[in-house]
Design a protein around this ligand. Structure first.
Ligand code: NIG
Ligand code: FE
Length: 409
């Protein structure tokens, strides 16, 4: 049976298409046509060929603003337990790094994640996913990294895939075996990296890896270890990304750029040479204002430097229990503007067009013929409102893969 054709009118589109990397591409009184899960036509309603060649289902946008479905390109959404106790410890004076060095931090989530079975993990992760979907998210990246053994990393990646089956959302999985040193490898980081390298082909063969990431930091893995993981990824033709320069300038961004990394993420301590290397490699910068806020960092990522070198900036929640227990991508828009001084145009491009790029996805993040029909319809007049209001819930409808929500959705 041919796919149904849909025509949406009575709306303002923010297509994110334009000659400048942060153009909103606004079209007033617009029409958007899609068939199945692919956009066929976008433009002013007055230019819509009528009658449209195929019979079509008509949708009244009721004056909504329509953007591409939002993309949360950096999350650690699948994990067991929480770290509210450590939040309390930090308010009593301990630092994130102190807690990590004392065996808490990521290690405590590893313990809780290993103890949970797949069903528990799915049950704990679904409400977090649902909160993000209620913010208009249609694609989400989910990293492993709280299992740190073949069985537990597999379990987490499988749960990430199951989340996509349970809800109308696309999930991209990233293998972050090199997130932290598991307790059984204390003081044997090099040995653990060999284990990470060994896990990769198995998980890849099972179709569980879309990209590979490393936490490159003085409390995690160094440049040599990062390189070993990247070499293994490259051998399997898997793209890489990096948690880079979050707490110190470790030179991770420049290394990642040499591997043609899709993205470098965090970047508070990024140097000029790191930014230049990213620009040359076409690597996207993923900024994570939730982690900056929650860890009470004071050094903001060098946004001007990134602008100067034309490095596209994406924005994401970093949803995780330790540094950013956040399930609102819209809140990140507000924080990116207020804390990092991004313009609203940059911020909205950061959760659409540039977030798609950070995941290596060329078929979404913009509204134009050939792209996926992933849409968010908003009860606001202009994209700036998505950054300006915080704590509000302006989503009217979410269209994933062309599925117009039925009444009651
Ligand atoms: O992106 N930086 C490393 N990983 C996470 C934090 C994970 C945790 O504390 O559980 C992050 O901030
Ligand atoms: Fe992260």
């Amino acid at each position: 049976m041919p796919h149904a054709t849909h025509i949406l009118t009575n709306c303002r589109l923010a297509t994110m298409v334009g000659s400048h990397i942060n153009d909103l591409g606004l079209i007033d009184d617009a029409a958007l046509v899609w068939q199945g899960q692919t956009i066929q036509w976008v433009g002013p309603r007055s230019n819509l060929p009528t009658p449209w060649p195929q019979a079509a289902q008509m949708h009244d946008g009721q004056g909504a603003l329509v953007t591409p479905g939002l993309i949360d390109c950096h999350t650690h959404l699948v994990y067991g337990g929480d770290r509210a106790d450590e939040f309390g410890m930090r308010l009593h004076g301990a630092s994130y790094e102190d807690i990590a060095k004392a065996g808490g931090g990521i290690a405590s989530t590893v313990k809780a994640t290993r103890a949970a079975n797949s069903d528990d993990l799915l049950g704990q992760s679904l409400p977090r996913l649902d909160a993000l979907l209620a913010d208009g998210v249609t694609t989400i990246e989910i990293k492993s990294g709280y299992g740190l053994s073949l069985v537990d990393e597999r379990k987490c990646l499988q749960v990430a895939r199951k989340l996509a089956q349970a809800r109308g959302v696309q999930v991209r999985t990233t293998f972050l075996g090199a997130h932290a040193l598991p307790p059984e490898f204390t003081a044997r980081a090099d040995n653990y990296i060999e284990v990470v390298v060994d896990m990769m082909p198995h998980l890849h063969e099972e179709g569980l890896i879309d990209a590979v990431d490393v936490f490159c930091e003085r409390i995690a893995f160094d440049l040599t270890q990062t390189k070993q993981v990247f070499d293994a990824a490259q051998a399997l033709q898997l793209p890489v990304k990096l948690h880079a320069e979050q707490l110190s300038d470790s030179g991770g961004a420049a290394l990642a750029a040499r591997y043609g990394a899709l993205s470098c993420d965090h970047l508070e301590w990024l140097s000029t040479s790191g930014a230049k290397a990213m620009a040359q490699a076409g690597t996207t910068a993923v900024l994570l204002p939730g982690a900056f806020y929650f860890l009470r960092e004071t050094r903001v990522p060098p946004v001007d430097l990134l602008r100067q070198h034309g490095v596209p900036m994406a924005i994401s929640t970093d949803c995780n229990p330790g540094s950013s227990p956040c399930t609102s991508l819209l809140l990140m828009l507000s924080m990116a503007c207020t804390l990092f001084r991004l313009t609203p145009e940059e911020a909205v491009c950061g959760v659409t067009r540039h977030a798609a790029r950070a995941l290596g996805l060329a078929d979404r993040g913009q509204l134009q013929a050939g792209m996926r029909a992933d849409l968010a319809l908003w009860n606001v007049p202009h994209p700036t409102h998505l950054c300006y209001n915080f704590g509000s819930h302006p989503l009217k409808h979410r269209v994933h893969a062309g599925h117009w929500p039925s009444t009651g959705d």
